[in-house]
Structures are given as C-alpha cells and as structure tokens.
Design a protein around this ligand. Sequence first.
Ligand SMILES: Cc1cc2nc3c(=O)[nH]c(=O)nc-3n(C[C@H](O)[C@H](O)[C@H](O)COP(=O)(O)O)c2cc1C
Length: 552
Amino acid sequence: MLDQPDKERGSGQKAGPPLDFQEHLHRLEAEGLLTRVERPINKETELHPLVRWQFQGGLAEDERRAFLFTNVVDAAGRRYDIPVAIGALAASARIYAVGMGRPVDEIGDAWMHAIANPIPPVEVTAAPCQQVVITGEALRARNGGLKTLPVPISTPGYDAAPYLTATLCITEDPETGIRNMGTYRAALKATDRLGVRMSARPGGAGGYLHWQKYRKSKKPMPAAIVIGCAPVVMFTGPQKLPIDCDEMAVAGGLAGAPIRVAKAATVNLHVPADAEIVVEGVIDPELLEPEGPFGESHGHVALEGFNMSMQVTAITRKRSPVWVSILSEVTPSESSVMKRVAYEPRYLAYLRDSLSIKGVRRVVMHEALTNLRKVMFVQFAAGTPRTEIWRALHGASSLQADIGKYVIAVSEDINPENPDAVFWSLAYRANPIEDVHISPYRSEGHGPKSGGPHEDSTMLIDATQKEPDPPISLPKREFMERARAIWDELGLPKLTPREPWHGYSLGDWDSVWDTYAERAVRGQWEESGKETFARRRGGLIPETPVKSVKEE
Ligand SMILES: Cc1cc2nc3c(=O)[nH]c(=O)nc-3n(C[C@H](O)[C@H](O)[C@H](O)COP(=O)(O)O)c2cc1C
C-alpha cells in the first residue's frame, strides 16, 4: 500500500529526519507507533471520532498512536484508493520526534539551530508530487477534482463540509517574493473550489498579509496547498516564525540538507517535490465566501464567517499517495501537541537568550481545553531577582499578540504541568494585591466570537517563593523510597508518583529540629522531651513561634 522508500528522495535513510512522508510512516510502524485499520471506515462519520477517543479516553500521551486507514469509504459507499493517515504528525511528542529524526529532548535546540542556520531549498525537475496531474475539465467532472481525495469530516454533526487540516499553504509576498507556509484549514466547496481560512487577527496568518497586498493590486493570489510531505517541512506550518523568513529554508535547517522543491504545475510557486498531494489554485483578492462552521482548537465551534475562496487550477500527486489529516478541535489534540513542542522551546530561548533573563528554567503552556496560547507558566531558579521575574512575565506576554493572556511565574520545585501544584503556589506564595498585575489592550486572539469583537487584557502573576518557608510536609525522600520498595514487594497496584512525593526544605528550618527528627526515627524522642521541658516559658499565648522568642 505504501510507497517503497526511494533513495533519490533521501528516504530509506537511517539517520536524520525522514525526508518523505511515507518513509516517516515506515519509521513509525517500525517503532510500534502506527495502528493500521483495514476494516471499512466512513470518512464522514467514523474516522475522526475513532481517533478522537485517544484524547478523550483517558490514555496517557505515550499510549497515543498514529493511525493509517487503508479502506476508506464515504457516505455514499464510495471506496477511496488513497489511504488516510491521522495522528501521524503529532499524536504525541514521541511521534513528532520521529518526524524530527531526534529524541524529544533535542526538539527545542533543533528548532533554534534551524532558525539560526536556514538552508535554502534546491530545485528539481522530476517531482514525485507531479506523477499525476489533474487539470481542466477533470477538475470539474461530477466525481472528479477534489472529490477524488478522501477528505474526512473533523467534527461530524457540526462541520459544514469535509476539511483539509494537515495543510501547508504556500503563498508569496508579491513585493518581496518571500514565501510563507502556514497550516490553514480549507473546506471542500466544489470539485474545483476550496474555502480557505487565513486568520486576520494580529499574530494570525502570514498568508493573510500577502492577500492584503494582492487585494490592493486587485490580482488573484496564487496558492499551493500541500497535503503530506516530510514532517520537518509540515512542522513549519504551525510554527511561529518571524514574518519574511522563508520557512522552506528553516525546514532545510531541520533536515540538515536542502529541501527538494519543484515548480508548481499551474501557478508561479515552488512546492516540496516529495509531497504526497498538492492542490494549486488562485485565491480571489476581493470576494470572500461564507465558510464554516468548523470545530476549532479553542474548544468551540467556529461559526460561519466570510473567508477566502480558492479556485483550484490543478491537483498534483504521487501515483500512490497518502492523505494526511490532523486531529484538531478541543485540546489536547494532535494540533496542540504539534504547537506545544515547537512553541515552548521558542519561548524559553526568547526569554533566556534574547532577553538574557537570569534564572529562567522552563516555559510551559497549558494545553488541556485552554489550547496553549492563553495560559503560560514560567519556572525560575531559587533566588531569581524579582525584577528579572517581572521582565520575563512581560516578555512572555508580549512576544506574540495572541499568546500569554495569563502568565504565571513559579519556582523550580513546582511542576507547571501539574495544575494542582500551580494552585498550591497561588494559594501560598502569591499575594494578589502585590503579585498580580493586570494590563489592558490585549488582542482577543483565538477564541469564540459570539459576543462580537472586544479587547482582552493580560494578567501576570508572580507565584514564586519569596521568602523561606518550612519544609514540605511529607516523609523525607529516603523514607518514601524505602516504602516504595516495600510497596512493590507486596505487589500492590502500580504507582505513578506525582510531585511532591517526598518532603524537602524550603529554607525555614533549624538544625535543632533535625536533631529531634533524627532522634524520633531512632525511637529516642524522650531525649527531646527532656530538652523541651527545660525550655518551658511563661507569659506567652499558644502558637507563639519558638524562633520569635529569644532563648537565653
Ligand atoms: C491543525 C491546524 C489548523 C490550523 N488552522 C488554521 C487556520 O485555519 N487559519 C489560521 O490562520 N491558522 C491556523 N492554524 C494556526 C497556524 O498554522 C499558525 O498560526 C501558524 O503560525 C501560521 O503560520 P504563518 O505565521 O506562517 O501564517 C492551524 C494550526 C494547526 C496545527
């Protein structure tokens, strides 16, 4: 069913990222990360809901798999000869890492290195993505054009049409010629027409900035929508890269080699030569067409809105392509994993390297339901000056217009991925009147629009530890570890420890209490009792801290 690896395309190689999507699927399968489904699956009603269960069914992230559906049918019972892959780009960070050809913990550095060291693409003439070229009347035939592609419905019951989701929409700035590649949803409208949504909000789609320039000159905007290609190329679509940076060259930086590109068949653009499928066309510079509803990643259904109308001029594809879909909507989802693994290291590098903030350790974006952009945590080393913490809070909230509505600083002992620990910090380490700042004038960003447009604001919270505190009230590590060994020996249910799982010092402690505690575990507590009897004092009320009373 899948293509055999082809040496010329750089696929079949063992090291480095896969340079072809089907080679990527081979690697996922070899690592046990791909589930094949051979029974008939209805692309309208069954395909996305089945994979959705991976995210709603209580599975740990590492248990999620890529799916390859090899027997896809539609509502009319029509069978497609093109299989559909979903979850194959980023059902989990591990799957994303296979696409990057690196372990998960090297993903952030790989992005930083590629952005700093882009490698321009190289043009080739014989492009696998143009083995089949469909143009003219074949695009308009009753069951032709886009209808030959197994495009699934993402949110059956709400979405107005099947949608292209795993897109890389290539456009060029008509003034500078600089290319942009963005992942934008596209709705099936006719066998030769798509509705494309490029966000117009500040911090939204780079392609929208190009469209504005085409609108001024009243010329149609050429666009090429790539479905399925080397993951390092696909991953640049949702990544937040500076405007006017050629994302194909950044993909080359990730690949460590130039990406092979070919001239598109009917528009003046270049496309990844090893792509699975490319839909070429022109976008109307003036008339917008109602598009949606569509289940969005902010967790609500985006209602019908006027968006771009793309007249398809060609569909080009490999002889045996794979269709790729991304599971989006409510988070966590494939779409949010894809953004998370790319955005968090970029923010960390920005705070640590560009703003030179001392003591910043991690940036974590809250994923479940909130969709990363709204709630962010910045973790700091103990002793980081308050002024640096506030510089980081302001920096994290202003790097992107639509990211950082709530930014919360926590200390190193707090795992920002554990919301309970964050609430614990808010409860005991932040005084709202001093440690919370609210500033006005934030773009409302990505969210439901039912209430009409309004401005949002920003809340910054310093919930770091500001003064010494008593230790965490759990048995010391050595006792918990000993008990864990007994637990395992007894064959009790498997544990998945959550931090904090042992006591540790937070700075407010006296060595005499170590002596008491050490005696206590040796069963010698009476000795301590004798000492405290000698230290009795009059003239105090109960709960007077001992350290507040000078002892002779
Ligand atoms: C699955 C998926 C679907 C997306 N859909 C859209 C969309 O329809 N419109 C949009 O503007 N951004 C969408 N995004 C977010 C953009 O891809 C993201 O903002 C990216 O940075 C845009 O790239 P650009 O800055 O080069 O335009 C989507 C992201 C993912 C992962």
